[in-house]
Unconditional design. Structure first.
Length: 155
């Protein structure tokens, strides 16, 4: 699969390629282009546009709360892993304006901005950022497993 989004990625536009390569298509290709070229490049390249107005994989509202493209990818591909859903809360808080974002979201946003500053281009940013999302996913797996243990012993 081939995907295209806006250049100069930070939180959501880096998290989505990680999610897609890890859980949907390990060989997925990603193109980063100027904002006004995303849909045209998608048509020309046969790529799936994401995190851009007019794309199916974009921000949306659910129960009055903004959801980010990471959420849209989870929904589109039917991903149900509780740790991914937990990670989605962190990504959402770092990329959307929420009433009560997760505490981890501010750290993720800071790290994403730092990687974007360090990277010479978006593909390098993906490479640098990948271990951050691996680590957050591991953290979420432990967190979800701990909650399940607590529910089981208290239930």
């Amino acid at each position: 699969m081939k995907f295209v989004t806006r250049e100069k990625a930070k939180v959501d536009r880096v998290a989505c390629p990680w999610l897609i390569r890890r859980f949907v298509d390990p060989k997925a290709e990603f193109l980063f282009v100027p904002r006004d070229e995303v849909l045209e490049v998608a048509r020309r390249e046969g790529a799936v546009p994401f995190d851009t107005p007019g794309a199916e994989l974009h921000h949306y509202t659910l129960n009055g709360e903004e959801r980010v493209t990471f959420d849209a990818v989870i929904r589109k591909f039917g991903l149900v892993d509780p740790a991914l859903l937990d990670l989605a809360e962190i990504v959402r808080g770092a990329d959307a304006t929420l009433q009560k974002p997760r505490a981890e979201s501010a750290g993720l946003e800071a790290i994403a901005l730092g990687f974007r500053s360090l990277a010479a281009h978006d593909h390098e940013n993906l490479s640098l950022s990948s271990s951050t999302y691996d680590a957050l996913y591991a953290y979420c797996r432990q967190r979800v497993a701990g909650e399940a243990r607590r529910e089981h012993t208290s239930g």
